[in-house]
Unconditional design. Structure first.
Length: 265
């Protein structure tokens, strides 16, 4: 004769069987127990928890809602909601998910713009200028120095950076400027006594003289301490930098970022 107690036990499921019915893991079932989504049944005489059909149905509904993107904190409310409340709750969740998707799409767009290092912290106008220098054959190592300088400048005067780039693009129409970049591109590896340093100083002398000759005052909007930071960065970039500064001083100029005439005694 069968034992009624054993028959009742055999009609119920172990936690692993319950998880298999719902298509989830035992760990997930236990997590739902911990957060109160799925009531935890009492243990049987053998010390096992046994689940009935109602638990299977509830667990499947929980899994369907969670898989659809419903936050676990909202699942219980939806399970207990009437038709209208359920529809309204789903609509609110859909609105939130749409907002999150738009945010993720914007994040993807920002990530796509980070394909190269110069895209980090730089506006499109500067990126375009660096691309033009790259097209002129400027060495990547020098481009990285230029990029880092413009990152600092863009952070210092963000409202002026686009107009600065217009002037920088116009300056590349000057053969002297193109030649200057061609020289500076390889200057990182020059020795201190490389004769090309003199040519760089001569070109800068001509460019500075023409800039002064326009009669338009150069206003960069930089604080003096920031100019000193940029100049010190330039001096530290290559062994020959100090010699170049000395050659420019011989030609009557002081400063790299903001070149000015040395006053005559």
């Amino acid at each position: 004769m069968s034992n009624p107690e054993e028959d009742r036990v055999s009609d119920k499921l172990t936690i692993s069987q319950l998880a298999a019915y719902a298509g989830i893991t035992v760990a997930t079932v236990r997590h739902y127990h911990r957060i109160g989504l799925l009531p935890e049944p009492a243990r049987d005489g053998s010390g096992y928890r046994r689940y009935d059909a109602a638990a299977v149905v509830r667990l499947i509904r929980i899994h369907v809602l969670a898989s659809a993107g419903v936050p676990l904190a909202k699942v219980d409310d939806l399970l207990e909601a009437g038709p209208e409340e359920f529809t309204d709750g789903v609509r609110q969740i859909d609105h939130r998910l749409r907002s999150e998707i738009r945010g993720l799409q914007r994040t993807r767009e920002r990530l796509a713009r980070l394909a190269g290092g110069e895209q980090i912290a730089l506006p499109p106008s500067v990126i375009g200028y660096l691309d033009r220098l790259r097209d002129l054959g400027v060495d990547q190592r020098y481009l990285e120095l230029e990029r880092d300088a413009w990152i600092m400048v863009a952070a210092q005067v963000p409202d002026q950076i686009d107009s600065m780039m217009v002037l920088k693009h116009a300056a590349l129409d000057d053969p002297d400027m193109v030649r200057l970049y061609g020289l500076l591109s390889g200057a990182i590896e020059w020795s201190v006594d490389d004769p090309r340093v003199v040519e760089v100083a001569d070109i800068l002398d001509r460019i500075n003289q023409r800039a002064i000759g326009t009669g338009v005052p150069r206003q960069d909007g930089f604080e003096d301490r920031f100019v000193e930071l940029l100049d010190s960065t330039m001096v530290a970039s290559a062994p020959l930098a100090k010699r170049l500064i000395a050659l420019l001083e011989e030609r009557g100029w002081t400063g790299w970022t903001r070149p000015e005439r040395i006053p005559l005694d």
